[in-house]
Design a protein around this ligand. Sequence first.
Ligand SMILES: Cc1cc2nc3c(=O)[nH]c(=O)nc-3n(C[C@H](O)[C@H](O)[C@H](O)COP(=O)(O)OP(=O)(O)OC[C@H]3O[C@@H](n4cnc5c(N)ncnc54)[C@H](O)[C@@H]3O)c2cc1C
Length: 762
Amino acid sequence: MQASSSPIVRELVLVGGGHSHVIALRRFAMRPVPGLRLTLVCTDTDTPYSGMLPGYIAGHYRHDEVHIDLRRLAQWAGARFLRDEVVGLDRRARRVLCRERPPLPYDLVSINTGSTPQVGQVPGADAFAVPVKPIARFNERWLALLARVRHHPGPTTVAVVGAGAGGVEMALAMQHRLRAELAEQGRPPEELSMHLVSATPHILPSHNPGVRQRFERVLAQRGVRLHVACMAEAVEPGRLRLSTGGVLPADEVVWVTQAGGGAWLRETGLALDEQGFVRVNGFLQSVSDPCVFAAGDCAAMEGESLEKAGVFAVRQGRPLADNLRAQLFGAPLQAYRPQKRWLALISTGNRHAVASRGAWGMQGDWVWRWKDGIDRRFMARFNDLPAMTRPPRADRALPLAPEEQRQALSALAMRCGGCGAKVGTDVLARALADLRPLAREDVLIGLQSPDDAAVLRVPPGQALVQSVDFFRAFVDDPWLFGRIAANHALGDLFAMGAAPQSATAIATVPPGLEAQVEATLRQMMAGAIEVLNAAGCALVGGHSGEGQELALGFAVNGLLDEHLQGVLRKSGLRPGDALVLTKALGTGTLLVGHAQGRAKGRWVDAALAQMAQSSQAAATCLRAHGARACTDVTGFGLLGHLVEMTRASGVDAELDLAALPVLDGAQAMLGAGLSSSLQADNLRLRRALHDQARWASHPRHGLLFDPQTAGGLLAGVPPEQADACVSALREAGYPHAAVIGRVLPAGEALEPIRLRDSGVPA
Ligand SMILES: Cc1cc2nc3c(=O)[nH]c(=O)nc-3n(C[C@H](O)[C@H](O)[C@H](O)COP(=O)(O)OP(=O)(O)OC[C@H]3O[C@@H](n4cnc5c(N)ncnc54)[C@H](O)[C@@H]3O)c2cc1C
């Protein structure tokens, strides 16, 4: 969570984590603008570096070597990272429209979303071909193809459609890797047939004839069948129809043709070129809207016909950042002049490459090593991020209109305590205006007709269950934080076996311009209300105030039978019960790793996704399988909550360390000494462990004490139901659900918890 001493006064939203934006992020990190909130929205956390992609496919690089971790980069650069797909721009209201979260306001927006091969124009291509972009989806298909070739002996045919640099490189890289797989299994290379389909009479139409001939020779030597002056006319299951009348049998058709801009750009009303790319002037600014900038493949520069190549996207990063900054300050923009000739280093899949520049060309293994060195140095700028030992020198203050200046000064001034610290009613009303909390019959007075307090009816035969939770934001994404905070609060009700009924919220938002306070509050409450509504829980009131940090909590009410039929108490454990845990451990250490820029973005993604997952279905599943006791695992960690259960039930318990489900990266973070500030308190409970000195150095020992946010349910289930219960939980969407131990009769020893290690990791 980025803390800022200046109130937020301007919003710059970067759409897409392409090559230009990663460079722009670095530039803003080196000279931050006080009061500017920089937000990166991208569908992927790991964005691929195009230059190394063929090398990854060929098997020369690992995933992390060719991807930039946008979450880590943004964290380092002091920017927010929101993982979402942008689906539109509301330019009149200046809002970025996202697939999942409410719209994001902007003062300036910059688009760097790349391009996608056009599959829509050829019948069947949409359904049966694999476009090379988005890479994440292509990668899934590629890994599936690799597995298929590995496990199913017999011939495989791959056709690559498009013979520009990307298509040629892909065909050769795929062939190299698949042949290596075959060789490893002692199978002949002839089991693989590779075809390359080119609409033009020559491959590599934008390169010189010498370079084309070099590649024609390589393709011939490697047995890649070339189909030139030939259009792909239709793709059908298992085959590709060509304009020459031929039909190619093909297990996989890979589409690397002429690209287009994202379909969503057409709805923005921005001036686009024929292929759907954003028309920009020399400042990389939309020709139709000065608040919109674009760079990389998705931009079409007026008066230039630039190849869609990563080299331009990279070069545009710096002028883009400088012009965005200048636009914020109202300073003159600087024109970007693309180079007329550029160096392309095109690989042949087998650690060999061809250099092409204008009319010049060279080839050799040394060209590949040269390219490899350039690419690795480029990636190191984003993946080996220097520690910011001193805060970077900040830019001057942004120019503000008089009313904005008044609001900014007021936000900076010492704010009143008491009621003076409340968020203004207008701001609150606007923030909540579009949000629709659930209406319930037993809510007699709630937000639909607000009053001093909510009035609720407890239906006959039911009792009210209450719980409260509150915490500071640990992620720079108010919508996601709102979801997690609501989920965390509801966890107590689910653990008791209660049905959620109503909730009141308490929130603090850092002071700032009214528009920013409103936007943050709207995002956070929208996330929370989605979760509450889905759980059948009506938000009936709340209180919001200004505070140093964003924070949110809920008092939640649930209903259950007044005779406590079906209630799941901590005290219900019986000897012999299996201990079932529904979610993986490790959120505490991963959040610390994230705050320190040490955790991989995808580990943090998985942890956040788990925290945002409701435990409602898990509770239903546990009850259906006869659970007798239950609690939700939160701040005290697994051991703390288990000890509460064993004490209340008068039993002992045994945990199998190997069976504990663990989030990816959690053990690595704990091993690196990264633990939550609560961990030290939780560790005091190690006295509850039998023979604890023996286990202290076990790699999974620390997980017992790791505080969990919106953690899983821990339940005692009759042993004969345990396996069925875990299968049902997994089917219900809890992939980490596991039996982690068993309940023992109370023993003589003072320590109630025994550990073992069955040696079979979960
Ligand atoms: C196989 C292959 C090999 C290539 N090799 C080279 C090479 O060696 N050298 C070279 O110069 N060029 C190469 N290219 C071309 C190069 O890939 C592109 O020109 C380059 O990636 C464009 O960069 P970009 O910054 O515009 O966008 P991209 O790198 O495509 O990045 C776009 C980002 O935006 C995200 N995004 C997309 N849509 C949305 C949305 N709606 N909302 C939010 N996020 C979104 C994507 O997830 C992605 O992270 C190759 C292309 C291919 C297909």
